[in-house]
Each structure stands twice: as C-alpha cells, then as structure tokens.
Design a protein around this ligand. Structure first.
Ligand code: AHR
Length: 503
C-alpha cells in the first residue's frame, strides 16, 4: 500500500472561502433551458413553467451564482427579444449552436427562476454583434428604479423593483474564432473598456469581468490577457478564465493529472494581471473569475452543433455522461479553485443542466444526479470559514502530458467560529490506493464528525436515469483519529471528504 502525508495548520491561511466559488452557468444551449430548467407542462412544473425537480436539485447542489445567457450564445443575442408578452416575442436564429431560439424564456423568466433557486445572477452582455449602447440599454432596464424609457418598460413588464444585478461579463470568449463577432485582443480590450466605463456611469456598484483567453491552442494564448488588461485595467474587476478537460484517446493517466495544468494556468494569469498592475503602477488588484470550468468531451460527436436545413429548438447537444473518474477530476478542480481563493474569487461550473452538467433530465420525465454532482454539492456544503493551504506528500505516477503527478491532492477549510475543519482529498493514482496520515496536532482536540468517499471498481462507471445511484459518495466507518493524526485510506481514482469538529 502506498503512503502519503499532509500537515494541517490554522496558520496556513489562503483567504476566506468565497461563496461565489460555487457558481454555475445556464446558457441557451441544447436542453439547458428548454426541457432543462424550464418545461411548462412537466409534472413538477410550477406556474412559471420551472421544473420543480430541477429546482430541488439546484438547491441541493448548493449553487451560489449563475452566469446567463451565454456562452457563445450571448454573442448574437438581443436581450429585448426575451422581454414583454411571450406571444409577441420573435423567434431568432442562434448562430452559435445552429438552433432556433423561441425567446419564450428570457430575462424576467431567468431572474424569477434565480430568485426561486436562491442564486445570484451574473449577466453577460453581447460584445460580439453589439456594443456599448445595447449594454447600457440592458443595464438601464435591469438596474434603474424608474423614470427612464427602459426602466419604465421593465415596470410595465411586471417588475416594479429594479433587479439590481451586480456581476456583469463583458462579452464571452472574444478570442475564439468560433465566436460571432470574434475580435483581436486590442479590438476587444478597447470595446470592453468603453463599455465598462459607460456602464459604471449608469451604476457605480457593478463588478465587471473582462474576457480572458479561452483555449491554450489559440495563437493569441499567453498574450491575450496582457493586451486586454492593458486596455481595461482601470475599468474592470476580474479577468475571466475558462478551462475544460477530457480523456484524450485512452490516456486516463494524463486526464487524472489535469489539475497540474489548471494550477499552472491560474498562476500564469495571476502573474500577467500583476505584471500589468506593476507597469501601470496601480494599487488595484484584478481577481480571476473562473467562469467556465468542467470536464467536457469536446471530441464526442454530440458536441458538434448540427449544420443543415433544420434549426431545432432545444436539441440534444453536449450531453456528456460523467464517470467516476470525471467526478474525481471535477473534485480536484474544486480543490484547485479553493486553494487559489486569494485570487479566484468567483467561478462558474459549465454548465448546470443537461449540457455538460451535473443535473440531467428527460423531457417530460425524470431528473437525476450525475457523478460530478457530488463533489460540487459536498464542497459547497462543507467549505466554510478560511481556506487552508495543504502541501500533501505522496508517491507520484507517470503521465504523458504532465510528467510525474503526485497521487494525492488536497485542500482544507477551517471555521474558527464553529470549530469545524473540512478536508477535501483526491487520489488521482489510476491503480494504487494510498493511505494518508493527516497531522492535526495544531488544532488541539478534534473529533471526527463524518467522512465519505466516491469511487468505483470501474473508473468509467456512471449514473443513468434507470440507475441513478450507481456512483455516489459512501460514508466511511474506517477513518481513525489517534494522537492528533487522522488516517484514511484513499482508493485509486477517488474523491473523499472529512469533517472534524473541535471538542
Ligand atoms: O460551455 C459551452 C461553451 O464553451 C460556451 O458556450 C463557450 O463560452 C465555451 O466555448
């Protein structure tokens, strides 16, 4: 049996846990909205047409913020199409996903749903086919109390009080050639800066996110953030970060080591932001909004938008089925987000329902939890107080893409007020269990409250509507705490949580 070790100490502080770490993303894409969160006529739908089974799962997932309405979709979206009487709303071609957008679900529906789901909305403006004026119009509609054309239109449409939306994304992935209205870094930086400046004149309480680079294989990668932040530094609060991982071929080893890449990427964007800060001699710090992250099998056929004569409404797109190994990588990504809490203060898993998502639905039928639901829900529920840095020591395994990767990765949170210590661990080793000793001596007397592990004999096992509980976290009865040392065996390819409380 392999052995690992880690030391926890309340002095190893990173930053307070940010609730916004546990954000998600709803895009008008595939079945995320239509037959996902919204399905009038479904047995569980409420008077607004929102699926009750999905709302329950969203609350259980512990989502804090939801980014909306895209994604690539937003780069061709006219927000005005989605407000006012539903029967008057136009159907439009959505060029991003080759889909017909009926606009029966729009701004008011989303914000009403967000209210019911108890989440903070994070809106994106279209900087693909549109610009400063349309962003200002939308902001006037959502955030001005009344007495102006757009705010009175909102009131006439049934929302007397302003929506008071704080978080705004200035476009989406504008470096991507796939994007409608794709721009160079300089073009986008200028537009984002002008838009941000104008939006702050309407409402000075906004938190604004500039688009970072979206994929490492683009020619602008590495340079995009420097140019964009040089143009926008004084006007924005965040630079966005997007990253997806998948198993390439049958290279499970590299996939399990994906977070080595994620950690480096975050560190490199932080370094660029701080470089621009130094050049500008600014006192202001730009944080990271990791507003798209997940496992996404982009190479699978269903990820490709269908082209042709048909423009379907809410087609099956990007409906990945997640395995136990995927849940471990998602858990590891959450560990990475938490350990970077000093700079990554907002994040959105992409996406929430059906489209590369923790929650799946059948049209007119059942809803269930994918494997990746569990690490998210557990981390959201258990991470409280302050994030503690952890440096586990464990045997490595070889990977093609990332070199030798330590088997164990971990992070912890410590809530001094309640005396609760939560530890999140993954064993990424593809074949070997690791027994880990966790040194707790610095905390005084702690008792074990609960522990659980998600794993499976076959790392490719997944949940389905017929077998929804095949891969779930299982309570651990074999974890010991003796002489200030907690000992837990981590199976190969596993995600574990441990909760301790001061006695
Ligand atoms: O989340 C799916 C897509 O991935 C989003 O629309 C886009 O922003 C990214 O490329």
């Amino acid at each position: 049996m392999l052995a690992g070790r880690l030391v926890l100490n309340p002095d190893f502080r990173v930053a307070p846990v940010s609730r916004r770490t546990f954000g998600s993303f709803v895009e008008h894409l595939g079945r995320c909205v239509y037959t996902g969160i919204y399905e009038p006529g479904h047995a569980t739908a409420d008077a607004d047409g929102f699926r009750g089974d999905v709302l329950d799962l969203v609350r259980e997932l512990g989502v804090s913020t939801v980014r909306y309405p895209g994604g690539n979709f937003v780069s061709g979206y006219r927000w005005e199409d989605g407000v006012g009487p539903v029967e008057d709303r136009p159907a439009r071609l959505d060029l991003a996903w080759h889909t017909l957008e009926p606009n029966t679900f729009g701004l008011h529906e989303f914000l009403r749903w967000a209210d019911k789901a108890e989440i903070e909305p994070m809106m994106a403006v279209n900087l693909g086919t549109r610009g400063v004026q349309e962003a200002l119009d939308l902001l006037e509609y959502t955030n001005i109390a009344g007495g102006t054309a757009f705010s009175e239109q909102r009131r006439a449409n049934g929302a007397d009080e302003p929506f008071a939306i704080r978080m705004w994304c200035l476009g989406n992935e504008m470096d991507g050639p796939w994007q409608v209205g794709h721009k160079t870094a300089y073009e986008y930086g200028r537009l984002a800066s002008e838009t941000a400046r104008a939006m702050r004149l309407v409402d000075d309480r906004l938190e604004l996110v500039a688009c970072g680079s979206s994929a490492p294989d683009l020619p602008t990668f590495g340079e995009w953030e420097r140019v964009v932040l040089t143009e926008t530094y004084d006007e924005v609060d965040y630079i966005s970060v997007h990253r997806y991982y998948e198993i390439k071929g049958d290279d499970l080893h590299s996939f399990l080591g994906s977070v080595v890449d994620m950690d480096r990427f975050v560190d490199s964007v932080v370094a660029t932001a701080d470089h621009v800060k130094a050049v500008k001699k600014s006192d202001k710090q730009i944080d990271l909004s990791f507003d798209e992250w997940n496992v996404w099998y982009q190479s699978r056929a269903a990820s490709v938008p269908p082209q042709g004569a048909d423009w379907p409404v809410g087609p099956v797109l990007l409906e990945d089925q997640y395995s136990a190994a995927d849940a471990v990588v998602v858990g590891n990504m959450l560990i990475s987000l938490l350990r970077h809490s000093d700079r990554v203060t907002s994040a959105s898993q992409a996406q929430l329902v059906n489209v590369i998502a923790p929650i799946m639905t059948e049209p007119g039928g059942r809803a269930w939890r994918q494997t990746i639901f569990y690490p998210f829900a557990q981390a959201s529920a258990l991470a409280q107080g302050t994030v503690l840095r952890v440096e586990p020591v464990s045997p490595t395994f070889p990977t093609v893409q990332h070199g030798d990767v330590p088997s164990v990765d971990a992070v912890a949170t410590w809530d001094e007020g309640t005396g609760r210590l939560a530890v999140f661990l993954v064993n990424r080793n593809p074949s070997e269990p690791v027994t880990v000793d966790v040194d707790l001596a610095a905390f005084g007397a702690l008792a074990l409250s609960e522990a659980s592990t998600l794993t499976s004999d076959d790392p490719y096992d997944h949940n389905t509507a017929d077998e929804p509980d095949r891969v779930v976290p299982v309570a651990r009865e074999d974890v010991t705490v003796e002489g200030g040392v907690l000992t837990i065996e981590l199976p190969a390819v596993s995600w574990s949580t441990v909760l301790l409380a001061a006695v």
